[in-house]
Design a protein around this ligand. Sequence first.
Ligand SMILES: [Zn+2]
Length: 360
Amino acid sequence: MLLNLIRDKWIAIRRRDGTKERIAPWEITSDYLTNPIVTLDAPRPDFNGALIQFLIGIVQTVTPPKDEEDWEDHLHEPPTPVRLEEIFSCVAHAFELGGNGPRFMQDFQSLQTEELRIANLLIETPGENALRNNTDHFIKRGGVETMCPPCCATALFALQTNAPSGGAGHRTSLRGGGPLTTVVLGDGTESNTLWQMVWLNVLEEDTFLRTCGNPAKTAEEDKFPWLAPTRTSEPKSGRETNPEDVHPAQMFWGMPRRIRLNLDDCVRSICEICGALDSNCVRAYRTKNYGVNYTGPWHHPLSPHTRKEGIPVPVHAQPGGVSYRHWLGLVQEDEKRSREPSRIVHHFRENRQKAEDPFR
Ligand SMILES: [Zn+2]
């Protein structure tokens, strides 16, 4: 198989002592007491923004806290990697990037459309982070020609999660084009871990199921839409997708764009995003319009909202969403701008924050 996003090591991270490596999602709590993972370390800030939402989404979907006590217990004593592997494995079949079955965040069917260069999967040009980390030399002028499977997976997730309007029938994300994402952060000291950043942004099971969406829709494809033929949205024959139509978890796994990576034409090459040598670098993909059209009062837990006639309307950022580094500022600004902060920020302030708490 090309890449399984649960079983394989593909997420770039940094440990407390500065060691950089790639992990499988369940390894997030590895070496927790001696040398824990403290941050994501992707080559682009929008990739870090996508990856933290990917991790929050997995944990929220498959192992949310049962109640407040359970949440608090696991904030400082996380589940072991062995336990997480066991739990995450139950959805591993939904996280294959390639193969003959359903492919992660790609259309259920092969698409008979013209091929696009893989560079078009990226929402924006390389960010400052790449320049600062001196990784920009991997990026050719004129665009990216080859992308390794981990970077493809991240770019796919980032595009489906932030999808800007892309012409007739190219649908925007579940939160509209370029939604603003705010998360609760630690206090920025060395005592914070990546696990804590994820766990701080996961709601208790009941609270999440009541946020938005239809908890009675428990079929796997109601959580992970790529496991079934796409609910297409052509003008006459298609349909809209309201919160009532699918499970709440689809808020993290929305798929407004119909996309298929071309995996028949992979090459051994340096990935022009991260610089890794990979024998399965992808060069092209196909896309088709009229993918899932999310309509109605969606209320994603990580986005601030305003209200229009009582209906929540997600706040939007500049194209490409919000940079990982800016999150703290955005959380603080919410109050000043009289926006309704994201559900997670609100929940944290109302139910979880304590006077002596180092998290904010
Ligand atoms: Zn790469």
